[in-house]
Design a protein around this ligand. Structure first.
Ligand SMILES: Nc1ncnc2c1ncn2[C@@H]1O[C@H](COP(=O)(O)OP(=O)(O)OP(=O)(O)O)[C@@H](O)[C@H]1O
Ligand SMILES: [Mg+2]
Length: 493
C-alpha cells in the first residue's frame, strides 16, 4: 500500500519525504521492522519508540510516524500525528483492509467475567453454525485452531493482523475480550463492533487508572464506539442491569440497548435460581420468551455470565433453543471454578479470582454449595494494584474457616511485603480469623490439602489457568491444578 493512501486513515499534523513509497508492513516494535515497513513510534511505559527510529531505519523501514518532529532524520518519509498509539490502530486497520467490517464483531468488557462470557458466546455461535474466532486471556482461536496470547486484548497491529487472518480463514464472527487497558491504549480503535457487552465493574487496575471513575469511563468508550459512523447499520449494547455503572455506560451508547439481570427489571431476567455443586439452574424470562436452563457451571456469577451470553446471542438473532443447548453443554473455562478430583472426600477448587469482587464471589459460592469448612489459599500479584490486597485479605477472613496466605506472581516485588499488605486486611476482618503465612505456593497448597477433612472445600485462588509463576522477571513452570493433584497424591501416600 502507498504511504499517502495509508495516511488518509489518520489526522496528520505535517508530513514529508516521498509519500508514494510502498509500505510492506507496519509495526511499533523496531525489532520487527523489515524492508519497506512503516515504523510507528509509540511512547511505551518502559521505553519510547522515538528513541528507536535510527534502529528501524537500519532494518529497512520505508517511513516513520511520530509525535515528536525533532526525532526525525533527514531523507526519510515521515508524518507527525497527535497520538501515535491511536494512529497505529487506525493505520493498521487500513493496512490490513479493515477486516472487522466483514466480521460480526462482539466485544465484552468488565472487571470480571470477560473470559467466561466470551467463551459462552463463542460456543453459542458455534452451535448456531457460524465459524467463530475468539480473542482473550487464555488463548486466541480461529475455528478450532488455538493460538498463543500475550495480552487479554492484543496490541492494535497484532489485533488487525489476527482479524485479517480470521477473515481469510472464513471466520464469520469474532468474539473478543476488551480490557480497560486496551480501551485506554486505543488498541481496539479501527474495529467496528456489532455488539458490546458489559459484565460488571469493581475495583481493579488502580495501578493503571487514576480512580474508579476513570476506570469506568474508559469502559464507556466501547459503548460510545457503537454510535460512531461506520459500515454496520444494526448494533447492540448489552448491559448488566444490576450493576450501578450501567447507567453511566448507557449514556452516549450507540445501537439498541438490551439489559439482563437478576435483581430488578431487565429485558432478560433469571428467576428461581438454584446453585449447587453440580451447577446452576434457573428460568430465563423476558423479551425472547421463557425457558429453564441447567448449567454445568456453578455460582451466581456464572448465572450472570450465562445471562449476558444469552442476551447477546438473542440480540444477534440466535434462537432460544440453540442458545439453551449451547449453554447447557458448556463445561466452563479452564481455571474458573475448576474442580481437581482424585477421588478424595472433600472438594478442591482452582479459580482465577484475583480481584476483591471475584474472590468474594467464589468464596460465597464455595460456602453456599458446601457444608464443610472452607480453606482458602490465595495471594496477590506483584507490581499491580496494591490497594486491593487488604480488601482481599478481609474477604478471605470473612468467608474462610482457615486461610493460607501465599505468593501469586510476585514479579519484582518482595513476596513478604505483598503478604504483609494482605495481612492488614485479614486483621481488620472478623476477630480471631484463622490463617497462616506460607510464601512458597507449592507448600501452601500442600498445607491446605493436608489439613482438609471430609466434606471440606479447599479453594486455590488467583492463578486459575496459568501454567507459570512470575518471580522477578522470570517465568517458572507452575500450575495450581497440577500442584493440587500432586498434593492429593502425596496426602494418600
Ligand atoms: N460475572 C462475574 N462476576 C464476578 N466475578 C466473576 C464473574 N465471572 C467470573 N468471576 C470471577 O472472576 C474470575 C475471572 O473470571 P474471568 O476470567 O471470566 O474474568 P475476566 O474478566 O476475563 O478476567 P481478566 O480481566 O483477568 O481477563 C473467575 O475465576 C471468577 O472467580
Ligand atoms: Mg479474561
Amino acid at each position: 500500500m502507498i504511504l499517502r493512501e495509508l495516511l488518509e486513515a489518520v489526522e496528520v499534523l505535517s508530513m514529508g519525504g516521498d509519500l508514494n513509497v510502498a509500505i510492506t508492513g507496519i509495526t511499533y516494535d523496531s525489532r520487527q521492522v523489515q524492508p519497506g515497513f512503516l515504523f510507528v513510534a509509540v511512547k511505551g511505559f518502559k521505553s519510547d519508540g522515538h528513541d528507536y527510529i535510527q534502529e528501524s531505519l537500519a532494518l529497512g523501514a520505508a517511513a516513520v510516524v511520530v509525535e515528536r518532529r525533532e526525532a526525525l532524520l533527514p531523507g526519510v518519509s515521515w508524518a507527525v500525528v497527535p497520538d501515535t498509539r491511536r494512529a497505529l490502530a487506525l493505520l493498521s486497520a487500513r493496512f490490513f483492509g479493515n477486516p472487522s467490517a466483514g466480521l460480526k464483531m462482539i466485544g465484552v468488557t468488565g472487571t470480571n467475567g470477560k473470559t467466561t462470557t466470551t467463551n459462552l458466546i463463542a460456543s453459542i455461535l458455534n452451535y448456531a453454525g457460524l465459524k467463530v474466532g475468539l480473542i482473550g486471556t487464555i488463548h486466541n482461536k480461529i475455528g478450532d485452531r488455538i493460538l498463543p496470547v500475550k495480552n487479554t486484548t492484543p496490541e492494535s497491529t497484532d489485533l488487525q493482523a489476527l482479524l485479517k487472518e480470521m477473515a481469510a480463514e472464513g471466520v464469520e464472527a469474532c468474539v473478543m475480550e476488551v480490557s480497560s487497558h486496551a480501551l485506554a491504549l486505543h488498541r481496539v480503535e479501527g474495529c467496528e463492533f456489532d455488539l458490546a457487552v458489559f459484565t460488571n465493574l469493581s475495583q481493579d487496575h488502580l495501578d493503571f487508572h487514576r480512580d474508579m471513575e476513570e476506570y469506568r469511563d474508559v469502559k464507556k468508550k466501547l459503548f460510545s464506539s457503537l454510535a460512531q459512523p461506520g459500515v454496520k447499520t444494526q448494533k447492540y449494547a448489552v448491559l448488566n442491569a444490576d450493576d450501578p455503572s450501567s447507567v453511566h455506560l448507557i449514556e452516549g451508547a450507540g445501537g439498541t440497548v438490551f439489559t439482563y439481570g437478576i435483581k430488578g427489571e431487565a429485558d432478560v431476567m433469571a428467576q428461581d435460581i438454584r446453585v449447587t455443586a453440580r451447577g446452576a439452574s434457573f428460568t430465563v424470562a423476558g423479551r425472547w420468551g421463557r425457558c429453564r436452563l441447567d448449567l454445568k457451571m456453578t455460582g451466581l456469577f456464572n448465572v450472570y455470565n450465562a445471562l449476558a451470553a444469552y442476551t447477546a446471542a438473542a440480540a444477534l438473532g440466535v434462537s432460544a433453543v440453540v442458545i439453551k443447548t449451547a449453554l447447557e453443554a458448556a463445561v466452563g473455562v479452564p481455571g474458573r471454578f475448576e474442580l481437581v478430583d482424585a477421588g478424595q472426600d472433600f472438594a478442591v477448587v482452582v479459580d482465577y479470582a484475583h480481584t476483591p469482587d471475584g474472590l468474594e464471589n467464589i468464596l460465597k459460592t464455595a460456602r453456599e454449595i458446601n457444608g464443610g469448612r472452607l480453606i482458602t489459599v490465595f495471594g496477590c500479584g506483584g507490581d499491580r494494584d496494591r490497594t486491593k490486597r487488604p480488601q482481599m485479605g478481609a474477604i478471605a477472613a470473612r468467608y474462610s474457616d482457615f486461610a493460607v496466605i501465599t505468593s501469586d506472581n510476585p514479579r519484582t516485588e518482595e513476596p513478604l511485603a505483598i503478604i504483609r499488605d494482605i495481612e492488614e486486611g485479614m486483621k481488620s476482618g472478623p476477630a480471631g480469623a484463622k490463617y497462616c503465612v506460607e510464601p512458597d505456593r507449592r507448600q501452601a497448597i500442600q498445607l491446605a490439602i493436608g489439613m482438609a477433612g471430609t466434606g471440606d472445600v479447599v479453594v486455590i485462588a488467583g492463578k486459575g489457568h496459568e501454567d507459570y509463576q512470575i518471580v522477578g522477571s522470570q517465568r517458572f513452570p507452575f500450575d495450581d491444578r497440577l500442584e493440587a493433584a500432586a498434593a492429593l497424591k502425596k496426602r494418600e501416600s
